[in-house]
Ligand binder design. Structure first.
Ligand code: ADP
Ligand code: ZN
Length: 663
């Protein structure tokens, strides 16, 4: 074989042909990574096909073969090809995200044997659990590629069903992947699997160092493990004999990759299961509207766990109307009296408290009281978040930060003031109210420094912390028996976003965070503070009533023809020159309108419009949204519209198929 077709991680959507040098002819194989010259650069490429002939003249040579053995197994190659078509993304970019460049042989071999703990196992399953398990087993045995939605309230024993299903798969000499959300991959779930299956488990989480990642990957590839637990990209784990793929908290937005390829690991998992005749098990207490809708239509089989283990009560949820609090006090306060008293009571009883606030930093923005100027990022159309510890304003989009000036940069006045609040301010105020309590903050900021996520997690587990204040990090997967109070400082941060998923996100978040309370023998209590107490997302989370929420939300989506009633594609047009970005957007819409005329399905084109964040990292952003009832039409229309549109210099187009939101 003299020629190789190679996928490269470039925005050009095609394979590139290279010559195979004579001394590589014996070694080269499909699925290997190679090093090739590309323009002036050297790139990592993936060998997709080998050929004896080619009609491409003047070829460059492959410089180096990186892997002796192929790393891309045939099933993953097939899956990646599907993704490349579905997400309109070059195969090389898909493969680059499946096999991160960190996949280099580490210099020194290090051994990380799992810790063992034997506290789990041996219970008798509840009737609901064993019914669920039986259905799953049946499909595993039949190799039927069934899709299940395990819909179980928080603490109902979903994880135990996962464990037993995995056990069954192993007994059938097959293998399993368990996907967990980005920050939900607590040591807890990992330990639970490790304690049952010992060394058969490989873990791929986002905090692994490159060489740790390599070693885990190598164990999988060599067939040394039969179980892989990991975040999003673990969906590509090269297991050769997959029987089951589990997606825990299937609704979680961290399954969606925010960079190209913007895939949703849940949807990729379903496709992988189909391609390999494996069973796919989606689990959630708050399924995404899409998944529950599919279950209702009969596309997925639904398995319900309606009660908590040992019939423990779901926590009592109290809603605090912040409008009344404001009138009573005459000024806004972070903590209502009810919440303060509840915290005090728990501290006295030596029980633990989780407080959730969906914003990092000390305050949202810094504004000049004299001229109204808001401090904004110099690269982005975003206000700076104030961090009091370091006295800086930080941009959450590009990471840029600057010292907060004494005087307003616009009018020179001395009345700069910060507004709104985030985790840092909640922590500070809490320390004023409860000077003797041990308080810790858990957010992106606090877990990056000297203390890691694991350190804080362990300290909380060992009851060395009384109150844990945190962002989404504290909402998922935590199973601490001694937590009896959960406070939501402000439930409205998400509800006010101009996004069709705002209510769904809010309901999910509130239900998840509430689910952290009362998991042990002492009943739990949840206090939710809000300015919108009558909103159905908040009302439904008080009643733990998914079905009511679902019904309301579904009719809202139907009215506006949003998913699951339509499919969306979000198109961003970006560039450093605002005029050109605008011009390109208008051209693209014209081309799309021409395509629309020929389309046999419904195709709605919204825009072009300036994106709601009109500039990020010095790139201006415009936006077009496509809505359709048949995905393939939108895809075809988009591909040919882009081919026909000549773009001004410096302008690029990016798409997001099945976006999480429209912002
Ligand atoms: P979920 O994943 O639905 O939140 P878990 O699987 O974590 O629920 O179960 C909640 C708790 O109940 C865990 O501590 C688990 O060990 C325990 N548990 C699960 N199933 C049973 C059972 N059948 N009998 C007794 N305890 C159980
Ligand atoms: Zn910025």
């Amino acid at each position: 074989m003299k020629y190789a077709k190679i996928a490269l991680s470039t925005p050009i959507n095609k394979l590139f042909t290279y010559q195979v040098p004579d001394d590589f002819q014996e070694k080269i194989a499909v699925g290997q990574r190679v090093l090739v010259p590309f323009g002036k650069k050297k790139l990592t490429g993936y060998v997709i096909e080998l050929a004896g002939e080619t009609d491409v003249p003047k070829l460059k040579e492959i410089e180096k073969i990186i892997d002796e053995q192929p790393v891309i197994i045939p099933s993953i190659l097939k899956l990646s090809k599907w993704m490349s078509e579905y997400y309109l993304c070059p195969l090389g970019e898909v493969l680059a995200s499946a096999y991160p460049s960190a996949l280099k042989k580490p210099k020194r071999k290090q051994n990380s044997l799992p810790k063992k703990s034997d506290k789990q196992g041996g219970f008798v399953l509840t009737e609901e659990q064993s019914n669920a398990l039986d259905s799953i087993k049946k499909d595993i045995d039949a190799e039927k590629a069934g899709i299940f939605l395990l819909f179980g309230v928080t603490g109902s024993g979903k994880t135990e069903v996962y464990v037993r299903a995995v056990q069954h798969v192993l007994e059938k000499n097959k293998q399993a992947v368990i996907l967990v959300p980005e920050i939900g991959i607590t040591p807890q779930i990992v330990e639970r699997f490790k304690s049952r299956f010992n060394n058969e488990v490989a873990v791929l989480h986002s905090r692994l160092k490159p060489n740790e990642r390599y070693l885990e990957f190598e164990r999988i590839l060599k067939g040394e493990v039969n179980i892989v637990i990991g975040v999003r990209s673990a969906v590509f784990a090269p297991l050769k004999n997959l029987g089951l793929i589990i997606v825990d908290e299937e609704h979680d937005s961290s399954y969606k990759q925010t960079e190209t390829p913007k895939y949703n690991a849940r949807d990729v998992a379903i496709m992988r299961a189909k391609l390999e005749n494996a069973v796919c098990l989606l689990g959630s207490a708050t399924p995404s509207l899409e998944s529950y809708h599919k279950a209702q239509k009969g596309d997925y089989k639904i398995l319900s766990l309606t009660e908590r283990i040992e019939k423990r009560a779901l926590p009592k949820v109290e809603i605090i109307d912040l409008r009344e609090e404001f009138v009573k006090k005459g000024r806004p306060e972070i903590f209502s009296d009810v919440l303060k008293e509840a915290i005090a009571t728990r501290l006295e009883k030596k029980e633990q408290v989780i407080l959730f606030i969906n914003r990092r930093g000390f305050s949202n923005f810094v504004l000049c009281r004299e001229c109204g100027e808001v401090l904004t990022c110099r690269n982005c159309d975003v206000s700076l978040t104030f961090y009091k510890n370091k006295n800086v304003g930080k941009c959450h989009y590009c990471g840029d930060q600057k010292k907060i000036p004494e005087l307003c940069p616009k009018c020179g006045g001395g009345s700069l003031q910060n507004f709104g609040f985030g985790t840092e301010q909640v922590e500070t105020e809490l320390k004023n109210y409860f000077p003797d309590a041990k308080i810790k903050r858990m957010d992106l900021e606090s877990t990056r420094g000297r203390e890691s996520f694991e350190d804080i997690y362990k300290a909380f587990l060992n009851q060395e912390i009384d109150i844990l204040v945190g962002t989404q990090m504290v909402t998922k997967g935590f199973d601490f028996e001694n937590v009896t109070l959960v406070g939501v400082i402000s439930a409205d941060t998400n509800l006010n976003l101009p996004d069709f998923r705002a209510s769904e996100r809010t309901f999910q978040l509130l239900t998840q965070v509430a689910g952290r309370a009362g998991r042990g023998e002492i009943p739990g209590e949840v206090i939710i503070q809000t300015y919108l107490p009558e909103h159905y997302a908040i009302q439904a989370s008080r009643e733990h009533d998914y079905k009511n929420f679902y019904a309301e939300e579904l009719s809202f989506r139907e009215g506006l023809n949003y998913p699951p009633f339509s499919f969306l594609t979000n198109i961003f047009i970006k560039g450093p020159n605002e005029e050109r970005v605008k011009e390109a957007s208008q051209k693209l819409v014209l081309s799309l309108c021409r395509e629309k005329k020929d389309a046999k399905a419904r195709l709605v084109i919204l825009g072009p419009a300036e994106a709601s964040i009109s500039k990020i990292k010095r790139q201006y952003r415009w936006q077009i949204i496509l809505k359709t009832n048949v995905r393939s039409f939108a895809r075809k229309a988009l591909v040919s519209a882009i081919e026909r549109t000549e773009l001004p210099k410096g302008v690029t187009i990016h798409f997001d198929i099945d976006p999480q939101g429209i912002m």
